[in-house]
Ligand binder design. Sequence first.
Ligand code: MRU
Length: 354
Amino acid sequence: MTEITGYDTIRWEHDKVVLLDQRRLPEKELYLTCDDYRQVVEAIQTLAIRGAPAIGVAAAMAAALGALQSPTRQVQEFQRHFQDICQVIAGARPTAVNLTWALKRMQALVAAHLDQGIDELKQLLVTEAQNILREDIAINRQLAAAGQGLIQEGDTVLTHCNAGGLATGGYGTALGVIRAAWEKGKKIQVIADETRPILQGARLTTWELMKLGIPHTLITDNSAACLMAQGKIQLAVVGADRIAANGDVANKIGTYGVAVLAQYHKIPFYVAAPLSTFDFSLSEGRQIPIEERDGREVTQIQGLPIAPDGCRALNLAFDVTPHGLIAGIITERGVILPPLPKNLEDLRTNMEES
Ligand code: MRU
């Protein structure tokens, strides 16, 4: 399942999970091999693998790995054991809903096949995890095709964080939309926000854009306003970690600021995400749990201090962009336009009916 860009974000190989260690990019392309589900949990927590859809795939594969590790031969006991494993995986990171979405799908599979033997159940789970990966890549291609028409020949597009192949099973969401426009032959430019503190934009988005040959410029996060004021950006597109029923979007810290700037400068601000990122159980963005990470990610860069010893730092990993700032949400079912609360309600009804 290697992408044409020559790397796999994550793959299942000989009953092990193999993932590209994103902590080491762009210097080194190293793969981590996990034969214990707890290693995958650690990889998610330490951002060796990150990005909402990729976290979903990793969670499913971790669950499959955990199932293979279960020693019991008794189906009810296996189900209980599997639920415990899924609970551990669910605690890896709180904001990206794709993680719990994938685990619910794996648990539903077990519940629906309790009449099968243990070995068959384990095999079903392994296949399901691989299906989640394959489907994610296909969905990204669909949503990218649906969204690329928003980008015109000659546009310069700003993106924040990394919502590319590395953040998904492959191809990408926001970066997938940009990539699809480029593959259509449109001559476009990308502005990549560096995305403090973990620098996903500087380390990962530019790495992907270089591999794809798409012209781009890296900027510090605080340069976006200036470039927008100079008329140098025509459109912004970002990914999402969780989207509430009313269209409020949780994404990487700094996204809300980009959306406010875009509205002030009358630049359309789009979000690209698969339906697995929607959480219709939450009516609005304020209810989305926001991960707070270790302050050392702010006071240090790759282990080197950039603040006085003992300095307190607040490290919110995500923020929430209110739906009123969003020009549309690009999904595999097309672009959902404002009014988002009403149109997402219709989408939800459609999804329940089909
Ligand atoms: O902390 P990260 O790197 O997991 O945050 C990633 C993002 O915020 C992405 O924009 C989001 O998950 C969408 S990825 C297609």
